[in-house]
Design a protein around this ligand. Structure first.
Ligand SMILES: *Cc1c(COP(=O)(O)O)cnc(C)c1O
Length: 490
């Protein structure tokens, strides 16, 4: 029996017990040697568990219960916006008129789907303050890359191929320098100042006629709003560079401030974060990109256009960077985001931001007496504490994250951003109740006290999970995905 009291089917197997019943074979049995090369035919029968249908049902249900998701518990994973995914989104995404259409159907038969996409684009134009939006990119990082390819095409069209550098602050999300590199640029790191914001003097020193763009994550990965954003915009535009806004975490500024109004030329959004698309486990996501007028000719094609009352894909876009995603893109995520935007309305979206920021600040101030807070000004939707104090007592941030599992919480993002020692990045989101926030705060305070009084309990955590501390690198690089008898005997 395992710790969570669920027998694995391999342990309850009984010879001859089966979970299916099929009529006897009344057609000639195929000869496998006609179909498969000899070496591929099994000589000995596979050692599969022999169990009833009910046993196997319980097995998989028990395995699924070992997952932690937003629907099962608090998930304050910084930068990932693990907010609640409203179930009305799921109902709408399953409407047969949407769910059963085929991407190769004639446009005249899918006008409703195209209208939803067109309308979603218009809403995102309004929300970002941009002139046009493409829905194609499949994720945030893909959106970054798409926008950089457009910026590249723009500079090339102006004969400015010497613009090879993309400036990326050290407080940017890690995907920013990666996208710039994949788009063929050299990245230049801009330092942060003591307040955790972009160091304007360092920016001035690094900007030049070889600057293609500045990529700014705002709020930055410390959860701080870049106060000098207008000055930065003026500096970069002053040398002919473009401004890119990483808007993955728009939760913090939605309906309050718009990248377009701050002077940005391009922005990406994560529909699977701010706009409640379910995520984790690798997707599917959606990273629409909004651009200002000058970049419109370079948008990925085809572009959705409205001609009279008909919506159609326009393919004749000679300056386009081309297609970045087949067919319609991740249509199901558009539907969820669209349902969210329409059901919240402008006032609802404003409340999202207010509560996201309020919840983060509430939690930050409650934890401030117990943990080091490297940047003490008000935060936006998330904040970063440091485990420096606890490290001196021999307990690492990793240990505290593991201890949180015993309380039933998904731990925050740890050791990120890199400019905070023993960092722990906490994003409560607006969808959690005060009671949930308080329970998490209590758990964190208890852990801080344990570090002082009984550090072993934290150092050896977790104690209540099915398996204890993993070698995470090994688990990721050499996963053991097949059952073997040896495992249960160990
Ligand atoms: C999540 C995130 C990204 C990357 O988005 P993906 O969909 O994971 O590619 C980029 N920037 C920021 C600030 C993010 O939080």
């Amino acid at each position: 029996m395992h710790k969570d009291n669920q027998a694995l089917i391999f342990e309850i197997t009984k010879e001859g017990r089966i979970g299916y019943s099929l009529p006897e074979l009344d057609v000639p049995q195929l000869d496998l040697s006609d179909l498969l090369p000899e070496g591929n035919i099994r000589q000995v029968e596979a050692e599969l568990p022999e169990v009833s249908e009910l046993d196997i049902m319980r097995h998989y249900t028990a395995l699924s219960n070992r997952n932690h998701g937003v629907d099962s518990g608090f998930y304050p994973l910084g930068s990932c916006t693990m907010k609640y995914n409203p179930k009305i989104n799921e109902s709408v995404a399953r409407f047969p008129g949407f769910a059963n259409i085929h991407p190769l159907q004639d446009e005249s038969t899918v006008q409703g789907a195209l209208e939803m996409m067109y309308d979603l684009q218009q809403h995102l134009v309004e929300i970002t303050g941009m002139d046009e939006v493409t829905l194609q990119p499949a994720a945030g990082a893909h959106g970054e890359w798409t926008a950089l390819m457009m910026i590249r095409a723009f500079h090339e069209a102006n004969g400015e191929t010497h613009r090879t550098k993309v400036l990326v602050p050290d407080s940017a999300h890690g995907t920013n320098p990666a996208s710039a590199t994949v788009a063929g640029f050299d990245t230049v790191t801009v330092k942060s100042n003591d307040n955790g914001l972009v160091d304007i003097e360092d920016l001035k020193a690094k900007v030049g006629t070889d600057t293609a763009a500045l990529m700014l994550t705002n709020p930055n990965t410390l959860g701080l709003f870049e106060e000098d954003i207008l000055e930065m915009a003026a500096i970069v535009h002053g040398v002919g560079g473009k401004l890119y806004y990483d808007g993955a975490n728009l939760n913090a500024v939605l309906s309050k401030a718009r990248p377009g109004d701050m002077g940005f030329d391009a922005v990406h959004l994560n529909l699977h974060k701010t706009f409640t698309g379910p995520h984790g486990g690798g997707g599917p996501g959606s990273g629409p990109v909004g651009v200002k007028k000058e970049l419109i000719p370079y948008l990925p094609k085809p572009v959705l256009v409205k001609k009279k009352e008909r919506i159609t894909f326009e393919h004749n876009r000679p300056q386009s960077i081309g297609r970045v995603k087949p067919f319609y893109g991740n249509f199901g995520i558009y539907l969820r985001a669209y349902t969210y935007i329409r059901s919240m309305g402008p006032d609802g979206l404003k409340a999202v931001t207010e509560y996201a920021v309020l919840n983060a600040n509430y939690m930050m101030r409650k934890l401030e007496p117990y943990f080091d807070l490297p940047f003490t000004q008000h935060c936006k939707h998330e904040f970063v504490i440091s485990g420096r104090r606890q490290k001196k007592l021999g307990v690492r941030t990793l240990d505290m994250a593991k201890r949180l599992l015993d309380f039933g919480y998904h731990p925050p993002t740890i050791y990120f951003p890199l400019n905070v020692e023993e960092g722990m990045m906490i994003e409560p989101t607006e969808t959690e109740s005060k009671e949930t926030l308080d329970s998490f705060i209590d758990a964190m305070i208890q852990i801080a006290k344990e570090v002082e009084e009984n550090p072993e309990i934290v150092q050896n955590a977790p104690h209540t999970t099915v398996i204890n501390r993993l070698d995470e690198t090994k688990a990721a690089r050499q996963p053991v995905l097949r059952y073997s008898k040896k495992m249960t005997n160990e």
